[in-house]
Design a protein around this ligand. Structure first.
Ligand code: HMG
Ligand code: MG
Length: 302
């Protein structure tokens, strides 16, 4: 398998990056974050989620955020929707892509969306139908594809099984997610290889959290398996409220530094992303976790 020479980065900071923040982030800051990311050239931004505000209070202002952003033609604004209520809100908000999110682990499915894997797929069926009827894109996320905070190991067969169900629902893109960042490169290679046997590699995304420092290595392993879509979060923001101890997503600045260094095209302006990372980290009152972002910002300041 040859390494792709062009990669799509899905910038997930506005949703996965911010959802776990304890302090409510003002809507205008969320909007400014999305607008700055749009300006930096991302072709896909995960903007918010339409979930229960009791479960994830930080995303309660999803409709206001979507109404206020400045959209750029050519950029897809994706949102999470776990059920028809979420879909209706997402449609009204003008989302371009709806993300359904299930898990390869029964225990995580219960903790995150309060139902079994089979029940989640049944709940997604009407959502998927409605998404297609509305002419929108459908993406399916498979959480805990490389390990689960509750049940530990996750079988590759469980990941492939959810991928197959997502295909049957009509998903345009399927995310293999290392929710708690425990996966290592050879394991990632095996999972990606198994999923690419049933899903076209151009429709698979890698979603890596950096809890154990493995995410860039895991992206490299996925690139070698022909995967050309990666989720990343500016300043390494993120974490899932239902995956205790899991740190942020792989930092966008680090991913861009690596990919551009390998001669892989992303269409994203790294300098602009460095500024955004410093700005949002400052807003949250702490240093961002991007190694490349912090090093390049320090060099600019010198
Ligand atoms: P439930 O309690 O089983 O269901 O939650 P419910 O239907 O009884 O609803 C509970 C309450 O939420 C009700 O309100 C509903 O009306 C309301 P009440 O009657 O108590 O006042 N509700 C909603 N409100 C707004 N929008 C909605 C909605 N649906 C119900 N769409 C449910 C089930 C799925 C709703 C809940 O478990 C939930 O919202 N979970 C969200 C979990 C979540 O967002 N987790 C983080 C994202 S996943 C993630 O981060 C992983 C990922 O990044 C990939 C990776 O890293 O692996 C994607
Ligand atoms: Mg995540």
């Amino acid at each position: 398998m040859t390494t792709p020479n062009k990669v799509k980065i899905v910038e997930v900071a506005p949703r996965d990056g911010l959802q776990n923040e304890k302090q409510f982030i003002p809507t205008n800051v969320k909007v400014e974050l999305i607008d700055r990311l749009t300006q930096a050239g991302f072709s896909n931004i995960e903007a918010t989620s339409f979930v229960s505000p009791k479960w994830v209070p930080q995303m309660a202002d999803g409709a206001e955020v979507m109404a206020a952003i400045n959209r750029r033609p050519g950029t897809l604004y994706s949102v999470l929707a776990p059920n028809m209520r979420g879909f209706d809100a997402a449609l009204a908000a003008g989302a371009d892509e709806i993300v359904i999110f299930g898990a390869a682990s029964e225990a995580f499915s219960q903790a995150n969306i309060n139902c079994s894997i089979a029940e989640s797929i049944a709940r997604f069926e009407p959502v998927a139908e409605a998404v297609k009827a509305a002419g929108l894109r459908l993406r399916g996320s498979i959480s805990c594809a490389l390990g689960c905070p509750y049940q530990g190991e996750v079988e590759i067969a469980s990941v492939v099984d959810v991928a197959r169900r997502y295909l049957a629902l009509g998903c345009d893109e399927i995310d293999v997610c290392d929710t708690i960042g425990v996966g290592t490169p050879v394991q990632v290679e095996r999972v990606m290889k198994a999923v690419t046997e049933i899903v076209d590699p151009s429709c698979i995304a890698g979603h890596f959290h950096d809890t154990y420092g493995q995410s860039l290595a895991n992206i490299l392993a996925s690139l070698q398996a022909g995967i050309s879509i990666y989720h990343a979060s500016v300043a390494g923001l993120g974490g899932c409220p239902y995956a205790k101890g899991a740190t942020g997503n792989v930092a966008t600045e680090d991913v861009l530094y690596m990919l551009h260094g390998m001669g892989i095209e992303t269409g994203v302006d790294l300098d602009a992303v460095i500024d955004i990372g410093q700005w949002i980290a400052g807003h949250l009152g702490r240093k961002g976790s991007s190694r490349a972002g912090n090093a390049l910002a320090a060099r600019q300041a010198a």
